[in-house]
Design a protein around this ligand. Structure first.
Ligand code: ADP
Ligand code: MG
Length: 616
């Protein structure tokens, strides 16, 4: 019998390698743009057609290639960046495997035009599915111009598994963001079907972040500077108020490469613990510099995880460093009873001012138009309230332990007013109520102790209110007198465009000139307040993205939840007895009082037998 083992042809090997490196159009963009960065370009332009199915073109003004190198660059393991195995551990350039171009050329039609500064004429190479077609001299500007057409034309299975254009475009945008955030000194632009998605002039890191994510971040970013012997961390982190449920503006970079790191994410989340709503996190852009010998560079090019030798030390430094950054920038509460250092300090620190409790008493001189201390919508609430912002200090330990209100009680009245909105006034038997940590209400219930999470309870009440309103208004729209431009980031805009019919079905009338041009809000559901409508709409789009693929929630449900979240006052408000009572009664009057709309517990009941166990 003859031997059976043969070497596979290069074209097949390349196609197999492409399966690992090139998963979708976004992977092509990443490889090409990183090559342009490595080539020293100061300007990089990306043109995409049909989310990369038809064309991915990257044009740079970098060093260019010689005639021979232009051909060579498509060979497997051809690289100008790595000569000895040791280099693998000290990687400063982006690519290092010499695999990307060979892989791309195996699964697409590729045209490369390139010229070095000193060459009078450039070269034009065409390769289709690893097959060399031609190489000719060409007039071309200094630098390199790669055009990748008909991606996966010869791998139908791959082509079929590409997702919708808007999903693929989202991947492209995400990949692009990760690169541009590491090179603010390079000018970048990204076009999709000839519409500009990003035009980013060179500038500071902060300018770049704002260029990518919008002006609204401008006042939200706090500079970070953590300098230790094992890691240096710079960049920006968001104020607690900028936190969102969705995680799409959280970026770690190590030695200027993007990395995913859920462990370090946790460290940042812990630094914000109790400053934000549960599950919410502000944007952050954190750049770590470490000795390359202390990280395990991901040899797999498509992976973004990186192992750190000193991971647990970095975790602690990061958590402490961000915490300190926040406290220096004066955005943290002055008292944090729940944090660990404070655990040994009984009740309170006398040097910390404690905000006054809001008081419900009628103020005949109150004029909403001359006071800046009160919330804007105060008057419309029909609640007579008065803040006592005297900066008084409480001195009894008892008071401060019970009421650890740490923020000014900005909108606490909303809670009161909304509850009365459309619910019958209950006339309950008053059992004593007590507020714990400005977040929970304790009361006796059914021979047990009931603890209510204020925020979640409020969400449940508002959610059911909105469900009723949505049901009785069907798809009615209230046209806006002045249509408003929607300031959405590129990914949210693409998503909104994708679900425009569903948004219309619940009353949002939006004009989209194209999937990428600024959209205009023309009409809103009639029961939403106009000044909240955009916030609700953004939450709807966010939730829709979070839950993509989860068919159990309808657009109506998402809208009701988003509207509730936009309106619910945060935990951490001091409530009067009357407010606590109303909140409790209204919660118990809902269809599903035990759970918040997103399925978390609103209440805990401790029965004597539970207590017995706890005392055991
Ligand atoms: P790697 O980046 O790992 O070296 P690639 O397959 O991505 O492997 O690229 C192969 C080689 O082609 C690079 O090492 C580089 O010499 C050359 N090259 C690729 N893109 C460019 C570019 N835009 N400008 C100049 N040279 C390039
Ligand atoms: Mg490369």
């Amino acid at each position: 019998m003859s031997d059976v083992i043969k070497l596979m042809p290069d074209s097949l090997a390349n196609q197999i390698a492409a399966g690992e490196v090139i998963q979708r159009p976004a992977s092509v963009l990443k490889e090409l743009v990183e090559n342009s960065v490595d080539a020293g370009a100061s300007k990089i332009t990306v043109n995409i057609k049909d989310a990369g199915r038809t064309l991915i073109q990257v044009i740079d003004n970098g060093c260019g290639m010689s005639v021979t190198d232009a051909r060579m660059s498509f060979e497997r393991h051809a690289t100008s960046k790595l000569t000895k195995a040791e280099d693998l551990f000290c990687i400063y350039t982006k690519g290092f495997r010499g695999e990307a171009l060979a892989s791309i050329a195996a699964v697409a039609e590729v045209e490369l035009k390139t010229r070095r500064a000193d060459d009078a004429i450039g070269t034009d190479v065409i390769i289709n599915g690893s097959k060399f077609i031609s190489q000719t001299p060409v007039n071309t500007p200094q630098g390199t111009n790669f055009a990748i057409k008909s991606l996966f034309f010869n791998v139908p299975a791959r082509r079929k598994f590409l997702k919708s254009n808007s999903t693929e475009l989202q991947h492209i945008i995400t990949e692009f963001q990760r690169i541009v955030l590491t090179h603010p000194m390079i000018e970048f632009s990204l076009y999709h079907n000839e519409n500009a998605i990003y035009i980013l002039p060179k500038g500071s890191l902060k300018q770049r972040i704002i260029g990518v994510f919008g002006k609204s971040l401008n006042s939200e970013l706090i500079p970070v500077e953590i300098d230790t012997s094992i890691v240096k961390i710079t960049g920006f982190t968001g104020k607690p108020s900028s936190s969102k449920r969705r995680n799409d503006k959280q970026f770690f970079f190590v030695n200027n490469r993007y990395m995913k790191n859920s462990y370090f994410h946790k460290a940042v989340a812990l630094a914000y613990d109790k400053l934000t709503l549960p599950d919410c996190i502000p944007p952050y852009f954190l750049y770590m510099e470490v000795d390359p010998h202390t990280i395990d560079v991901n040899v797999h090019p498509a992976k973004t995880e990186i192992n750190f030798e000193n991971a647990s030390d970095i975790f602690r430094l990061l958590q402490a460093g961000i915490k300190e950054t926040l406290s220096k920038s004066d955005v943290t509460p002055s008292i944090d009873f729940d944090n660990q250092e404070a655990a040994n300090i009984p009740y309170f620190r006398s040097d910390e001012p404690i905000p006054d409790e809001p008081q419900i008493d009628y103020d005949p001189n109150y004029n909403p138009f001359i006071s800046t201390e009160k919330p804007q919508s105060f008057e419309s609430l029909g609640v007579n309230g008065n803040y006592g912002h005297g900066g008084a200090r409480r001195t009894t330990q008892y008071d401060s332990a019970i009421n650890t209100g740490r923020k000014r009680a900005d909108n606490w009245q909303l809670l009161y007013s909304n509850i009365n909105d459309d619910s019958p006034s209950p006339t309950p038997v008053q059992s004593p109520l007590m507020q714990i940590g400005s977040k929970y209400i304790a009361s006796l219930h059914d021979n047990g102790l009931m603890l209510i999470d204020q925020y979640r309870a409020h969400l449940r009440i508002l959610y059911e209110k909105y469900l009723r309103q949505i049901a009785s208004n069907a798809d009615a729209t209230q046209q806006l007198l002045y249509p408003q431009p929607l300031d959405l980031d590129a990914t949210s805009l693409a998503m909104a465009y994708d679900i425009r019919d569903e948004l219309m079905s619940v009353g949002f009338d939006i004009d989209f000139p194209s999937p990428t041009a600024t959209a205009t809000l023309r009409g809103i559901p009639p029961y939403l307040e106009q000044n909240k409508a955009i916030d609700v709409l953004i939450k709807v789009i966010d939730s829709y993205r979070d839950e993509h693929g989860n068919i159990s929630s309808s657009m109506k449900d998402i809208l009701a939840r988003s509207a509730a979240r936009s309106e619910a006052v945060m935990g951490g408000r001091s409530l009067s007895n009357e407010e606590m009572q109303t909140l409790k009664d209204d919660l118990l009057a809902t269809q599903q009082p035990e759970f918040s709309p997103d399925g978390r517990k609103t209440t805990i009941i401790l029965r004597p037998e539970d207590l017995e166990k706890m005392f055991n």
